[in-house]
Design a protein around this ligand. Structure first.
Ligand code: SF4
Length: 330
């Protein structure tokens, strides 16, 4: 048996030891192994780091990624890294965030995927809002384009949105673009939030009825939801928070039966990293996040196309960066 074949077999076994937890077969791992090996070798040659959002598929999260996390955490991880190139397996606006925080590094996105939230609002929409509500500060959720960030006073994540809103002395704040998250925040603040009509197509699918049905079916279940879900869902779960909040809850809880009202990638992470937990209910797939395949990562590393290289026009770069920096300072 040649060394190359032995190497592929070892890689297939490594993949299977992790991916079987999310029902991948040994045959599938055998097929993946030449590709993951090639990606790992190129990664070393090019001094690249591969970052994967928690909503990616398990072959990306556990087959090739150096770090798995949420968008903001990953962008900060990239700042700590000495790699010359960052391959960001996620939607395009997250690649932009990584570029804003790492201007001297090459940032690649395997696929230039959109996002229903980020695409719900443009820089012109923000300008119009500012005209309509003069003097009100604009807080934008990090799930927005660099152009939208450039028109906003400050960015926020789902984890720190309330703190960011409360940091302004003003009584009225423009909060964009997530309407459902905005409504959830409105219940927690005395400030009046002026909202936009954007929604995440993944999280808006969960309903209070679905949550109640799961509670009936699985007595003692703990239900966790992302704050991009509707108020009905957020009010009826055991924890509403960010991806990180949910993972922390899973780590700390004694409960063995859990439902995660979020994207299926996070469910896959919990199944893999906390195999003792029983995950019930149905998760929701993000078609934008799931558009990335291993072969896209390989092509980005080998010879990136113009589309795969993240570049941000000079005219907006500094203002967009400041919107993120202000949040980090806070
Ligand atoms: S889950 Fe998908 S649609 Fe929802 S905010 Fe994330 S990238 Fe956008």
């Amino acid at each position: 048996m040649t060394f190359a074949i032995q190497e592929q077999q070892r890689e297939a076994e490594r993949l299977f030891s992790v991916l079987h937890k999310t029902n991948w077969t040994k045959d599938e791992c055998d097929m993946l192994s030449p590709l993951t090996l090639q990606i790992q070798k190129l990664k070393k040659e090019k001094n690249a780091i591969i970052l994967s959002h928690s909503y990616q598929t398990p072959d990306i999260m556990y087959g090739i990624a150096d770090v798995v996390g949420d968008s903001y955490g990953l962008a900060k991880e990239a700042q700590r890294s000495t790699a010359d190139t960052i391959v960001f397996c996620s939607v395009f606006f997250m690649g932009e965030t990584a570029k804003l925080l790492n201007p001297n590094k090459t940032v690649l996105v395997p696929s230039r995927s959109g996002c229903s939230l980020a695409e719900s609002i443009t820089a012109d929409d923000v300008k119009n809002l500012k005209k309509q509500y003069p003097g009100r500060p604009v807080v934008c959720y990090v799930n927005t384009s660099a152009a939208v960030k450039a028109e906003s006073d400050i960015s926020c994540t789902s984890g720190n949105a309330l703190r960011v809103i409360e940091s302004f002395p003003d009584d009225e704040i423009i909060f964009i673009p997530d309407m459902l998250m905005g409504k959830n925040l409105q219940k927690l603040t005395t400030k009046k939030l002026i909202l936009w009509r954007g929604t995440c197509i993944v999280h808006e699918q969960f309903t209070k009825e679905r949550v109640d049905a799961i509670r009936q079916q699985y007595p003692g279940v703990k239900i966790l939801a992302h704050t991009e879900c509707s108020a009905g869902v957020v009010d009826s779960v055991d924890l509403a928070g960010s991806t990180n909040d949910m993972l922390t809850f899973v780590k700390q809880t004694d409960a063995t039966t859990l439902m995660l009202a979020t994207e299926c990638g996070l469910t896959d992470r919990v199944k893999t990293e906390y195999p003792e937990k029983n995950i019930v209910g149905v998760c929701s797939l993000c078609p934008y996040m799931k558009s990335i395949m291993l072969r896209d990562v390989l092509s980005a590393l080998k010879n990136p196309s113009e589309e795969q290289v993240v570049s941000i026009p000079e005219a907006i770069f500094e203002r967009a960066r400041q919107s993120l920096e202000k949040m980090m300072t806070l």
